[in-house]
Design a protein around this ligand. Structure first.
Ligand code: FAD
Ligand code: NAI
Length: 464
């Protein structure tokens, strides 16, 4: 048998890749991880989850002080925005967390190979001019911004999410192209800091893929906060003149074109898998129509010894999905049984309030199960939310009418991202709505709304 430099070589050190590398090393495999960025952690830690949450968290405080929410609770302050400091604390969070991964690599004896990795053959890769061989190679190259034809991203006036995290001043008018997760999260940041924000969405409703009721309610809440929406509208081009942009748009279903002026345009119409420069042609591995690498249930690609995980494979482009796949692929390589249940992957939009869901939407559940039961509970009826002056949102529990097994849970609530964990766990254990309804929940917590929504499935909530 051929001698390899490594048992496992992971390409990409995002949440998929770095977790796979650490787990493989923990399982006694000699492991290296190639990364072309200067720092570890991938999109998530460098320009994604972490810096966006740093800006969301800080801007939430500013907004609460500015919009009277704090004064209402007897804390009177006149906030003054120090945007440089807000950016500094964001950069500090990124530095600490990416440095943390470097520490974990050292601790677990994962070798970091610096540079862009390109396949030579199925067991060898060129990284930074050197050829490295491995018995198993895991592709975890992630994703990058989907460009919009006719729109040039300059990261100054027309920005991607990366530029939108770093704006040196608050725009007067920001137009967000795409009413998905990035548009609503980063649009929220700049709206809170004083920008007028218009969101142009191609479809008739924002947040595609989420439960229908949730999408509608979320838009109502964002509108109340000051977002403007142009739904069913397609952006056909953006021209930049100095520090101003002009967008041309037309109704998605046809009609007269119109224009819109802005001093910042955020292009957030989705992300595409990263396979350019990887040399997939050298190993005969093809991507599907969406540019993704297909794998089997164990994350094996069509090429022996080559595995793939994270944003570069089908499924939701989420850090926790990539991480779980990272653990599973390492365990499969080590001869254990690594499994990811793709039916139960929670999704969270970190706005105020947060929006979260797991499992099937009402629409999907009806289609797949025919008869379903739905229980809804408004946050207005939740004592903690009411006391905290957080009346917006609701929880919805969907179950199979025959077995009562929970098929999906959806929440709009300030801490919805934290609340959804219990729903995911209950669903992993095959819970019925009755199981949730009879689980004792601490009082007063927002999570009691999940219990009450489950009781509503049974037709007997207490507090509405
Ligand atoms: P990535 O994190 O993209 O990492 C891949 C790495 O591979 C990159 O560092 C890249 O430089 C490297 N690479 C690529 N090609 C090569 C090569 N040939 N050689 C060497 N290295 C290579 N998800 C959430 O779950 N929660 C959130 O709150 C959230 N917020 C987000 C906010 C923003 C603004 C964005 C853009 C994304 C957000 N995401 C969030 C999505 C999340 O970042 C991704 O799902 C996640 O990072 C995917 O992990 P990954 O390991 O597959 O890829
Ligand atoms: P998205 O897929 O969430 O939303 C893109 C939106 O743009 C869709 O609503 C789509 O209909 C619309 N659109 C497409 N073309 C358009 C056009 N020409 N004109 C107007 N609208 C158009 O993509 P987004 O927001 O860019 O995020 C990319 C990915 O990053 C997400 O899929 C998500 O997985 C991940 N992410 C996750 C976060 C989280 O978990 N909190 C936060 C940020 C990103």
């Amino acid at each position: 048998m051929a001698d390899f430099d490594y048992d496992v070589l992971v390409i990409g050190a995002g949440p998929g890749g770095y977790v796979a590398a650490i787990r493989a090393a923990q399982l006694g495999l000699k492991t290296a991880c190639a990364e072309s960025r200067e720092t570890l952690g991938g999109t998530c830690l460098n320009v994604g989850c972490i810096p966006s949450k740093a800006m969301l968290h800080a801007s939430e405080y500013y907004d609460a002080a500015k919009n009277g929410a704090m004064a209402h609770m007897g804390v009177e302050v006149e906030p003054r925005l120090n945007l440089d400091q807000m950016h500094a604390q964001r950069r500090d969070a990124v530095k600490q967390l990416t440095g943390g991964i470097e520490f974990l690599f050292k601790k677990n004896k994962v070798t970091w190979l610096k540079g862009l990795a390109t396949f030579k053959d199925a067991h060898s890769v060129v990284v930074g001019g050197d050829t490295v061989t491995a018995k198993n190679i895991v592709i975890a190259t992630g994703s990058s911004v989907t460009p919009l034809p006719g729109v040039q991203i300059d990261e100054k006036v027309v920005v991607s999410s990366t530029g939108a995290l770093e704006l040196p001043k608050v725009p007067e008018h920001m137009v967000v192209i795409g009413g998905g997760v990035i548009g609503l999260e980063l649009g929220s940041v700049w709206r809170r800091l004083g920008a007028k924000v218009t969101c142009v969405e191609y479809l008739d409703e924002i947040l595609p893929g989420m439960d229908g009721d949730i999408r509608k309610e979320a838009r109502k809440i964002f509108k109340k906060q000051g977002f403007e929406f142009k739904l069913g509208t397609k952006v056909t081009g953006v021209t930049v003149n100095g520090d101003k942009a002009t967008l041309t748009m037309e109704p998605a279903k046809g009609g007269d074109a119109e224009t819109l002026e802005a001093d910042c345009v955020l292009v957030s119409i989705g992300r595409k898998p990263n396979t350019d420069g990887l040399g997939l042609e050298n190993i005969g591995l093809e991507t599907n129509k969406r540019g993704q690498i297909e794998t089997d249930h164990d994350f094996r690609t069509a090429v022996d010894g080559v595995w793939a995980i994270g944003d570069v494979v089908p499924g939701p482009m989420l850090a926790h999905k990539a991480e779980d796949e990272g653990i599973a692929v390492a365990e499969n390589i080590a001869g254990l049984t690594g499994i990811v249940n793709h039916a139960i992957i929670p999704g969270v939009v970190y706005t105020w309030p947060e929006i979260a869901g797991v499992g099937l939407t009402t629409e999907e559940a009806k289609e797949q199960y025919g008869e379903i039961k739905v229980g809804k509970f408004p946050m207005l009826g939740n004592s903690r939310a009411k006391t905290n002056h957080e009346p917006d949102g609701f929880v919805k529990v969907i179950s199979d009418a025959k077995s009562d097994r929970v098929l999906g849970v959806w929440c709009i609530a300030v801490p919805a991202g934290t609340m959804i964990a219990q729903a995911a766990q209950a669903m992993e254990f095959g819970a019925t709505s009755e199981d949730i309804a009879y689980t004792c929940h601490a009082h007063p917590t927002h999570s009691e709304a999940i219990k009450e929504a489950a009781m509503a499935v049974q037709g007997k909530p207490i507090h509405i």
